[in-house]
Ligand binder design. Structure first.
Ligand code: ATP
Ligand code: MG
Length: 413
């Protein structure tokens, strides 16, 4: 026998027995996002590598370590590691700047990151996310967060923690970066290798480091004092305060976390994550923020924007398992032709129907019916002769015989 070929490391099949919950994740996204005026956008999974280098940022882990890139016809191509860059590319390329603001787009689909696979972390995973373009006011930030919370609620996830921070604007952040570098300078040699690189390129990202020795360094009082210091300029501080007042008015509970800087380079002002206590160490289900400079950085006109993405595998693992949906009816008959004909009639009416394709014994067919369906629809010799059908309710075992034309009404009720 030939070797069995296995799925790649860090990638998973989504199997039929698990698909009902995936459909729920997708259906609720469509329903809730539509309620907020969002339209779905589907961009290609493959994009030019340059899009991510410029759009995600070359100081990020994603671009430096995690991309699936390859050459084709002398161009470097990459399987998308996230979808914001692709959506922004499409926004610019399709002239959506000219549409009246806000432009509200949502997406779902697979993302690819070459990471170490572990619980809650895969190499192909799925995200559902939203992007809103054109609004600089904090109403947009509040609405985006509200939308995330509403979507989670629709899935029965009510007890998640919203963490919030403001990274300020490039101007006020510059001074903060300088102070962080200054206070960390004596510790430089003790920082992990990644942090030593980040120190020059993107010092805020140090605060995000998961390495224990780095975390211990950041605990030092003089360093904490700098981390916790207020650095926002007046406009950024007002934006942040107004956002918080909206969230309070809307009863969205949040905690402020000064260490929340998010992995991507493009964020400014608002950043947030939504975490669950039931996920172990990969506990973030949602990450997002404002990215007012990205559209310009990718060649478009200055356009403020805000968005977030959720990891669907992590959402999935928080959902209650639902009972698999049963068929409405399973037709039990020794006349394949008649069973087939009735199946088609009932399917055309929108019922979920199967019948035995191999003409097994009556009792075997009944057994199968009770496993798969709510009703056994029995088409025996007598029934066929008299133009009737017997319907057995498989949860109560009640059986009635009705005219063929009454089958549907008896199954639907
Ligand atoms: P993390 O800190 O967990 O690596 P991140 O900051 O890299 O997250 P984002 O790029 O903000 O994540 O993506 C948003 C969400 O996508 C995350 O909150 C998480 O739920 C999910 N996610 C990210 N990477 C993975 C992965 N490798 N496997 C499964 N889900 C992921
Ligand atoms: Mg990551």
């Amino acid at each position: 026998m030939a070797n069995i070929i296995k799925v790649l490391k860090g990638m998973k099949d989504i199997l039929p027995q698990d698909i009902d919950l995936w459909h729920k994740l997708e259906k609720n996204a469509l329903d809730i996002f539509t309620r907020y005026g969002y339209k779905e956008i589907r961009t290609p999974i493959l994009e030019s590598t340059e899009l991510f280098a410029r759009g995600v940022g070359d100081t990020t882990d994603i671009v430096n370590k995690e991309m699936y890139s390859f050459e084709k016809s002398e161009r470097s191509l990459t399987l998308r590691p996230e979808n914001t860059a692709g959506v922004v590319r499409s926004f610019i390329e399709n002239g959506m700047t000219r549409l009246s603001a806000p432009v509200k787009l949502w997406y779902k689909g697979p993302m690819f990151r070459y990471e170490r696979p572990q619980a809650g972390r895969q190499r192909q995973f799925h995200q559902v996310g939203v992007e809103m373009f054109g609004i600089k006011e904090p109403t947009a930030d509040a609405e985006a967060i509200m939308l995330a919370v509403d979507y989670l609620k629709s899935l029965g996830l009510n007890d998640l923690e919203v963490e919030l921070n403001s990274l300020g604007c490039p101007k006020c952040r510059e001074e903060y970066k300088r102070k962080i570098k200054e206070v960390l300078k004596p510790e430089f040699d003790n920082l992990c290798e990644d942090c030593q690189t980040r120190y020059e390129k993107n010092p805020l990202r140090l605060l995000d480091c998961k390495v224990e020795t780095c975390k211990t360094i950041f605990e030092k009082p003089e360093i904490q004092a700098v981390i916790k210091s207020d650095f926002l300029c007046q406009e950024c501080a007002e934006h942040y305060a107004t956002l918080k007042s909206y969230l309070e008015k809307l009863n969205v509970k949040y905690t402020e976390n000064k260490l929340l800087v998010r992995g991507l380079d493009y964020y400014n002002r608002t950043v947030f994550e939504i975490k669950s206590n039931n996920l172990g160490s990969q506990n973030a289900v949602c990450g997002g923020g404002r990215y007012d400079s990205l559209v310009r950085q990718l060649g478009g006109e200055d356009t403020p924007a805000i968005g977030w993405a959720m990891g669907m595998e992590r959402l999935y693992s928080l959902l209650e398992q639902v009972e698999p949906q049963k068929l409405d009816g399973y037709i039990v008959s020794n006349s394949s032709a008649d069973a087939f004909e009735l199946a088609q009639e009932l399917r055309a009416e929108g019922l979920n129907i199967e019948f035995d394709l191999t003409n097994k014994k009556f009792t075997k067919q009944l057994e199968k019916a009770s496993k798969l369906a709510n009703f056994a629809i029995i088409l025996g010799e007598d029934e066929i002769k008299s133009g009737k059908v017997s319907i057995k309710n498989l949860s109560t075992s009640n059986q009635i015989t009705v005219d063929r034309c009454d089958v549907i009404s008896n199954i639907r009720k």
